[in-house]
Write a protein that binds this ligand. Sequence first.
Ligand SMILES: Cc1cc2nc3c(=O)[nH]c(=O)nc-3n(C[C@H](O)[C@H](O)[C@H](O)COP(=O)(O)OP(=O)(O)OC[C@H]3O[C@@H](n4cnc5c(N)ncnc54)[C@H](O)[C@@H]3O)c2cc1C
Length: 413
Amino acid sequence: MTKVGIVGAGAAGMMAAISAAKADAQVVLFERTAKLGKKILSTGNGRCNLTNEYISAECFHGAHPGFAMEVLNGFGREETIDVFEQMGICTTTLNGGYVYPRSLQAAAVAKAMIRELERLNVRVICEADGLRIKRRKEGFLIEHGRETYAVERVILACGGQAAPQTGSDGSGYRLAKELGLTVIPPVPALVPLKSSDKCLKDLSGVRVSGRVSLLANGKRVDFASGELQLCDYGLSGIPVFQISGQAARLLMENKTVHLEAELNFAEEFTTEELKHYLDGQIKRRRDVRCGDFLMGFLPEKLGLSLFKRIGVSYDLPAGKLSEKQMKDLIREITAFRVPITGTQGFDRAQVCAGGVDTAQIDPSTMEVKGIPGLHVVGELLDIDGICGGYNLQFAWSTGFLAGKAAAKAGNKR
Ligand SMILES: Cc1cc2nc3c(=O)[nH]c(=O)nc-3n(C[C@H](O)[C@H](O)[C@H](O)COP(=O)(O)OP(=O)(O)OC[C@H]3O[C@@H](n4cnc5c(N)ncnc54)[C@H](O)[C@@H]3O)c2cc1C
């Protein structure tokens, strides 16, 4: 029986433990907090968006983003759903592809996994903070206080440092470095962005559908569409999350980069179509005040703010807008720019971008090339997914593959 030590009992670590134990390994699972699977409880707003019907290479970022699909080709969405069904978790698909447990309860997912660990006799050691891992000629020693555990295989599943209140405090990066791995500096991702633009204070609470583009020194480097949320500190909402990792990385790598978010509040129109529409409105409603002109087209607070930004009085009749003012208005509706000065940090981030460089990892076993017996899984790796269940899917897939490979490798000896 192979002895497998798994460090971290989040999505990836618990899946690794289940998979290794099912393949007849003797598993010890170490968790630094008092509870297993704490982060799973807050996923998908407490509903756990555990995977997605549509998965492709574009859903993942990292220095070697193709690594994610290599992993998922070995153990993907269908296999994951099958494993969950075996644990009694039936799934349902909402929002055009987002997969959830049918009960829409994240707690059910965590609980089912904990019950499975119990059924498979996985030894769980909680409050195991400050672990040290030492390589031996054959296998590893995991030291916790005065206790020492000799194992043949180690699976590092510590997560990143996003939402550290759930346990992932970044100590996995230290453990990885101590074992000789290269770590790409982590930055927060899927996180709200901060802006210094004062007009956002007036717009706090506005939710509007549109597109956000990330501009670096005026050049568009990323974009996403969906519901934008304007906040007193900056921008939030799923499309903002999608571009946030790229923004964080650019800000970290180049302190002098001028980052802006350009919001298009009417992306279904071309500029000409929008002009045509607004001209038509003016013809019909020449006397309407500018303060009321965009009512019904955009949230009221936003409409008012656009006129304020172009210096037009709310009381001016729309029919009196000059050609230049109309041009400015169209620019503000389709290319509303605010400077981006930072992110809301790891505390508010859903994931980390960066982590253990995947060039060092075999995607079929998650084993480190050149360090036999050491596997790395989940968010600790330099892969981050977009919103929609991709991060959990990567955690389940890497965890399952590593657990199975770790158990089998020992059996072969
Ligand atoms: C609010 C929120 C909502 C999210 N919603 C979704 C969603 O709906 N869908 C989706 O796909 N993704 C979502 N994510 C992202 C997803 O939860 C993570 O990517 C995923 O949980 C990562 O799994 P992991 O096991 O690698 O790491 P984690 O879940 O972070 O687990 C790591 C575990 O290791 C433990 N640990 C850390 N260091 C040590 C150490 N040194 N010794 C022992 N134990 C250690 C931690 O305490 C923790 O329990 C969300 C994240 C957040 C914060």
